[in-house]
Design a protein around this ligand. Structure first.
Ligand code: 26W
Length: 827
């Protein structure tokens, strides 16, 4: 056979790069309409324009994608693999256009056909392959890796149905399926040549040759195909394009022909349905591990496929796996891919013939693990019998790892209690595999996502493992990408800042500091306030369109948007709203600052209390908004179906950001950063990254209240309850009495009895304990808002001082301290 001729790809490597002027773009858009979509431009519908523009942009991304991939391969640089069960990306077109600097020319090009770019961008469905903070962080990290020049590949699952769509019916949450792929997905490329078989079940054969250690061979009973779908992730100024590779499950045999031919038409498809079920839907729980078999299948499926892919790529470029850890860093985004530790050991020992100790050294040097929650109910642990049935060889390996760790601990002098705390097997709860412990021992670096959270990890969940491996835990405070969360969602503010301090901050967001002094400049403050006002107008329009509620953009926009959870304390916010409602009616003569309280967020479908909180917010909104005696001084709005795209409209429109979790429970928060970057003031507890925001912003520019994490722990030890506080706090008591009396649910007065009685009986989330401090801080903010100069000055300080909370900074820290990868390895 003759050698393959060298063929240069078209695009970036041809002498003349593509033209990006409006004429060229306009012509190419029509070309795509004609030849790729087969529509006459005059008959093109909105979605045809979206597709045509996407294809034109995509071509330009591909021009950068090939050289990026080639560069990494040719340089032999270390690659970073980010394994995450969730990537909450949202829309991709605006991000791509912005990062390629094409916003102006494409807008101009479309104008020639009377088409608005903004309208086109809004048609794109959100890629909602995640639940909340952890998934959105993975998306910010992918963008920041591309922007800072880290050769990163994301690995995850291509869910057919992403996070459910939320509707509110009679005040209550209703979940509907989400179908982001129905119109096709122009961003993804199916790679049938990158597919792997993934096994489940079966048995382990042990072969014993004289004088050699036993060799184990896993014979799975079931096999499923993992097929790769690649999406390009384009970095700022298009400098680098990385890959997000999502796995889709397919049956090895699409149809059982024997069954079909014998007339069993349904049975013939059983295998393929079972296989495809693995990647059909995202689990909508972010704080409770339900222990279902399908979830473990999902976790192993994407871990095993990713590892096979990593190893195949490595062996294509290297002679052996000896140097795997020099060329590969694998980051485990929480414990969801933690089974990877056992799977890599299996591949090294059983398939590639490594001796155990050497394999363990390679494995540990390759993995890093990020913890995102300390909530006990969220920590993953799988029943041993389920694990053994599905992954028999991996279970044996986990036992062996455990034996090694326990031996090491005993040699260090650990006692029985300490050993059972570090054991990978929980013997207390019907025998379970603890995935956190597995991820910890299998990684060379373990990190928390804010300074406080990292310290609490050392003191609580990983106390004993931290004692055994005191160097392993480190902190990497989260960040958000300033491209999506400032430039794209807030073009008004970006324009104003560029005018005021020049465009340097676009490339180095910490240069926002140059705007700090402008807080004292009255003319600047006025412009800053005008931008905020316009953004508030845009949100007011959305609320009026979707909910037919009129709100005044002159009022404080007080916003809490995030997953609905007891620890995040939307309930505290609602109780404060009720107390304010009572006070406005009791004291109509007072100078109340008009306020709009805005909520959005989804509850896990099985989380009863969280759903009650949503119901209550909607019930209270209905009563307050229709009470003429409130004279529009207070409005309450629950916006349904919170997602990334809605967040992009909400963040720039906030005056006040609610970050009021029970201290010690929010690992970091990232919404807090998005709000503050866009000039909202924060009312919050000393929790997660709020603590570091306080350090960066200064105490005059953030409003902290309530118990500290230590105080919360102390009260819980003392079996704190709310009863005496309620008795002594009339504002609180009256608000709770109103809820209990059915004021907000006359049709079903007992609806919220259990929510309220929980406060009396134990107040686990410290709502009563923190109520008064919260109320007082809110009133302080009311006063401040009346002095617009002072408020706007603090708002400017917030934007100017938030640059550090960029995910570019987070990624550089990971690259330097954990991955030893990236431009010049360290920047
Ligand atoms: C097994 C069910 C399950 C699924 C997801 C349990 C726990 C999770 C995640 C760890 C929950 C999550 O999204 N955590 C959030 O991660 C963000 C990014 O680090 C932090 O900013 C949030 O504080 C944290 O709640």
């Amino acid at each position: 056979m003759s050698a393959t001729p060298k063929i240069e790809p078209i695009g970036a490597k041809v002498p003349e790069p593509r033209q990006n002027d409006p004429d060229t773009l306009a012509r190419q858009i029509v070309e795509k309409l004609t030849y790729s979509i087969c529509k006459h431009p005059e008959q093109a519908r909105k979605y045809d324009w979206l597709r045509a523009v996407t294809l034109v942009v995509r071509d330009r991304i591909i021009d950068h994608w090939f050289p990026s991939t080639d560069r990494v391969r040719d340089s032999g640089d270390k690659r970073v693999y980010y394994l995450s069960m969730e990537f909450l990306i949202g829309r991709m077109l605006r991000d791509a256009i912005n990062n390629l600097q094409l916003t102006g020319p494409i807008r101009e090009a479309l104008k020639r056909y009377n088409v608005e770019l903004d309208m086109v961008e809004l048609l794109e469905p959100d890629a909602a392959l995640g639940n909340g903070g952890l998934g959105r962080l993975a998306a910010c990290f992918m963008e920041s890796m591309a922007s800072t020049g880290v050769p990163g590949v994301g690995y995850g699952i291509r869910y057919v149905h992403g996070f459910f769509r939320q509707e509110i019916a009679e005040g209550a949450q209703v979940e509907l399926p989400e179908t982001w792929l129905v119109h096709g997905n122009p961003w993804e490329f199916e790679r049938r040549d990158s597919s792997y078989e993934i096994g489940f079940g079966g048995k382990v054969l042990t072969q014993q040759e004289p004088g050699k250690p036993p060799r184990h061979v896993w014979r799975p009973a079931e096999r499923v195909l993992a097929v790769a779908f690649d999406t390009p992730i384009v970095g700022w100024r298009g400098s680098q394009v990385n890959t997000l590779r999502l796995w889709s499950a397919q049956a090895v045999d699409p149809i059982l022909l024997d069954a079909f031919n014998s007339g069993d038409h349904i049975g013939a498809l059983v295998e393929s349905n079972k296989a495809e079920a693995i990647t059909r839907v995202l689990y909508p729980a972010d704080s409770h591990q339900a222990g279902q078999e399908l979830r473990l299948r999902q976790e192993y499926f994407f871990s095993a496929a990713s590892l096979q892919d990593i190893i195949r790529r490595h062996l294509g470029e290297n002679d052996s796996l000896d140097n795997l850890a020099d060329k590969v860093a694998i980051q485990l985004n929480d414990t969801h891919p933690a089974v990877s530790v056992a799977e890599l050991m299996r591949l090294l020992v059983d398939v590639h013939g490594y001796e155990w100790a050497k394999a363990w050294e390679i494995t540990r040097a390759t993995f890093g693990y990020t913890n995102h929650t300390l909530l006990p109910e969220a920590l993953e642990h799988w029943p041993i019998n389920l694990f053994e049935r599905l992954l028999p060889r991996q279970m044996q390996i986990i036992y062996q790892i455990n034996a090694d760790v326990i031996r090491e601990a005993s040699q260090t002098g650990f006692d029985g209690a300490q050993i059972s705390a570090i054991s990978l097997i929980d013997e207390g709860n019907g025998r379970r595999v603890r995935m956190g412990q597995l991820a910890f021992v299998g990684s060379h670096a373990v990190n928390g996502v804010s300074a406080l959270h990292t310290e609490l990890m050392k003191e609580t969940v990983f106390r004993n493992l931290h004692e055994l491996y005191p160097e392993r835990i480190q902190n990497k405070t989260n960040g958000v990408t300033p491209r999506r969360w400032l430039m794209e969602c807030n073009p008004g503010l970006t324009g104003l800042l560029t005018e005021a301090i020049g465009p340097g901050f676009l490339d180095d967001i910490e240069k926002l500091r140059d705007a700090d002094g402008l807080a004292d400049d009255a003319a600047f403050r006025e412009k800053f306030a005008a931008v905020k006002r316009a953004n508030k107008g845009r949100l007011a329009d959305l609320i009026s369109d979707r909910l037919a509620i009129t709100i005044d953009p002159g009022a404080i926009f007080d916003i809490q948007v995030k997953r609905i959870h007891e620890y995040k304390r939307q309930f505290l916010n609602i109780i404060e709203a009720i107390a304010l409602y009572n006070q406005i009616r009791a004291h109509p003569e007072k100078d109340w600052t008009p306020r709009v309280k805005i909520f959005a967020g989804k509850a896990a479908p099985s989380y009863v209390q969280a759903k009650e909180i949503i119901h209550l917010a909607n019930d209270v909104a209905r009563v307050v908004n229709s009470d003429p005696s409130v004279r529009d001084l207070l409005k309450i709005v629950f916006i349904p179906n919170y997602n990334v795209s809605l967040a992009e409209i909400i963040m720039p429109a906030a005056d006040l950001s609610e970050q009021i979790s029970t201290a010690g429970l929010e690992a970091s928060g990232t919404g807090n950063m998005k709000f503050a970057l866009n000039g909202a003031l924060t009312i919050g507890t000393l929790d997660g990254a709020n603590v570091e925001m306080l350090e960066h912003l200064g105490e005059d520019n953030i409003f902290i209240f309530g118990l500290t994490a230590d105080e919360v722990a102390q009260r819980r030890r003392e079996a704190h309850s709310g009863r005496s506080i309620i008795d002594e706090t009339p504002l609180l008591r009256e608000a709770l009495d109103a809820i209990s009396a059915g004021v907000f649910a006359p049709e079903s007065p007992a609806r919220y009895h259990s929510l309220v009685s929980n406060l009396y009986n134990n107040d686990w989330w410290m709502i009563c304990a923190d109520f008064e401090a919260y109320w007082n801080t809110q009133r302080e903010l009311d006063g401040l808002f009346l002095t617009q100069d002072a408020w706007q000055s603090k708002a400017v300080h917030n934007t100017a001082r938030m640059g550090w909370f960029s995910s570019d900074r987070s990624i550089r820290e990971y690259a330097k301290d954990i991955w030893q990868a990236g431009p010049g390895k360290v920047r």
